[in-house]
Design a protein around this ligand. Structure first.
Ligand SMILES: Nc1ncnc2c1ncn2[C@@H]1O[C@H](COP(=O)(O)OP(=O)(O)OP(=O)(O)O)[C@@H](O)[C@H]1O
Ligand SMILES: [Mg+2]
Length: 493
């Protein structure tokens, strides 16, 4: 095949459509708000020595009829390069790894604009403060060469300090209600949504608030009522003695050295929280942070390749990567609501987690196994005992490998066991019946079937009696008996 000619097409992107589509990657208002907070955190960190800064992010939420008015203000240096800041993928002024893609501010503004609201951004640096001025940018956003107007104002709407950034917008109530994850966004009380928003912020920035790097103040206005609150970090409560702390250590995930710290163990499920540390499947697993800011949580299957068992729901691992270099850490998604899975640095991090974090055993199984191990040790000492086998397979001759809890042979008498750590149920009797039939099928008929448990309800006694009055597949009657761990001299594992 040969090229015989070429021609050119016009593929200039449709700017207004790009802008419209951009905001769709946030799944709730809080994620968009966090972009504003991230920029403030990054600015505080990038200007550690500047004592004139008010290291506070103040978020004012005022309830209106079908909307909320939101103002996010920081007492940072103000935006020094407004042209870069308003440019999509403008990465000329990155101060810390929290300024990653050059998207966040625009991304969040497009989300706001896409939900039908106007927005305005005021900013004032020390230079404009000296002139008594501030800059403002407002909706609609326009892409292009020398097209986007920056207003110069002769006043400053900020309330924290003489420099900083103030972002104002109105969020329709249905957008504000995306804070509730239930999917039922209708008529959720304003107070509840505010509580969820505060929890998100306390969780996302927990380590940063804990370290005292900055404060987040939330002011809520509803009618004449006004409430001010300095947010406290949302930290998990660990079960006594269950937490393992791996202090900061150097690791290289492929892009240079960084520090990893990790805490893991079992948490006490919170009764007050709405979304986090509830001890359920969604809020358990691994939580990944960069410099204290949460990027992703609820990871388990992605790391270990298996799902959490119900008994592992209280398992939490908090992993924090400390670094000043973007190269060293796995890349985040542009909405900062997760990591990019294909990044080899993320795979290295997962490898580190697998090597260093002990995933809890499936507790209910292991307890039962432990108790059977103790019972097996006891039985093995009895006179005439030639064989004690745990998890012996049955129905092998027809290709099944159903595992019996225990199989013993004493003076040529075979006993098979089924057990439960706590109370037994009628279905456990049938489980034993299956093992009994399986042993007959495999040519090792049992002489006795034993159901062991912490206790046995009446229906289990009745069913055992009934089964013992029936005939098995080899013409012999079933011969089952009940016992408890206590009777067998086994204490709880
Ligand atoms: N509140 C602020 N105070 C000071 N500078 C700011 C503030 N907000 C934005 N900037 C400046 O504007 C730039 C662009 O911000 P934007 O959030 O769009 O992208 P980014 O933070 O660089 O990257 P990311 O996509 O990871 O958020 C920042 O790099 C920073 O220099
Ligand atoms: Mg940003």
């Amino acid at each position: 095949m040969a090229i015989i000619d070429t021609f050119k097409i016009d593929n200039t992107p449709d700017a207004s459509r790009i802008w419209k589509e951009m905001g769709s990657s946030f799944s709730n208002l809080s994620q968009a708000l966090c972009e504003f907070v991230d920029d403030a955190v990054s600015n505080f960190r990038g200007n550690k020595e500047d004592e004139s800064l008010r290291r506070i992010v103040r978020i004012l939420v005022e309830q209106q009829k079908d909307a909320v008015d939101i103002v996010v203000e920081d007492g940072g240096t103000g935006i020094r390069n407004v042209a870069n800041a308003m440019t999509l993928a403008g990465v000329e002024e990155q101060e810390t790894p929290l300024n990653e893609h050059g998207y966040g501010l625009k991304h969040a503004l497009s989300y706001v604009e896409g939900s039908g609201s106007d927005w305005e951004v005021f900013t004032r640096t020390a230079e404009s403060a000296a002139l008594g001025q501030s800059y403002a940018m407002r909706a609609p956003y326009i892409f292009g060469h020398d097209e986007y107007p920056i207003e110069i104002h002769d006043d400053w709407p900020g309330s924290l300090g003489s420099t900083g950034t103030v972002i104002r917008f109105r969020s329709p109530m249905n957008v504000f209600a995306t804070l509730e994850q239930s999917g039922k966004h209708k008529e959720i009380p304003f107070d509840r949504l505010m509580a969820i928003l505060k929890e998100h912020l306390r969780y996302t920035y927990a380590e940063i608030l804990e370290a005292g790097e900055m404060g987040i103040e939330v002011i809520t206005k509803a009618g004449k009522d006004e409430m001010r609150e300095m947010l406290v970090p949302l930290l998990p409560s660990w079960e006594d003695g269950s937490m393992v702390d791996i202090p900061k250590r150097k690791v290289n995930l492929g892009g240079g050295s960084l520090q990893v710290s990790c805490r893991y163990g079992r948490i006490l499920p919170s009764k007050q929280n709405f979304c986090h540390y509830l001890g359920n499947m969604e809020s358990s697993g691994v939580e990944l942070r960069i410099n204290g800011r949460v990027i992703e949580h609820g990871l388990l299957k992605t790391i270990w390749g298996r799902k959490v068992h119900n008994s592992q729901n209280a398992f939490l691992a908090q992993v924090d990567l400390t670094t000043e270099s973007l190269e060293t850490i796995p890349a985040t998604k542009t909405a900062k609501n997760g990591f990019r899975e294909e990044d080899p640095r993320l795979q290295e991090l997962f490898k580190w987690i697998r090597a260093n974090v002990q995933l809890p055993e499936n507790e209910s199984e292991s307890k039962e196994q432990k108790m059977f191990r103790k019972l097996a040790e006891k039985k093995a000492e009895l006179p005439g005992m030639t064989r004690v086998s745990l998890e012996e397979a049955t129905f092998r001759t027809i290709g099944l490998r159903e595992r019996m809890d225990m199989f013993t042979c004493q003076n040529d008498q075979v006993t098979i066991y089924e057990g439960k750590v706590r109370g037994t149920k009628a279905s456990d009797v049938y489980q034993l019946k299956m093992y009994w039939d399986g042993c007959i099928q495999d040519g090792v008929p049992a002489d006795e079937g034993v159901l062991v448990g912490g206790r046995h309800p009446k229906e289990v006694y009745r069913l055992i009696q009934h089964v013992n009055s029936t005939i098995g597949p080899d013409g012999r009657p079933y011969h089952f008996r009940l016992t408890t761990w206590k009777e067998e001299g086994i204490t709880c594992a």
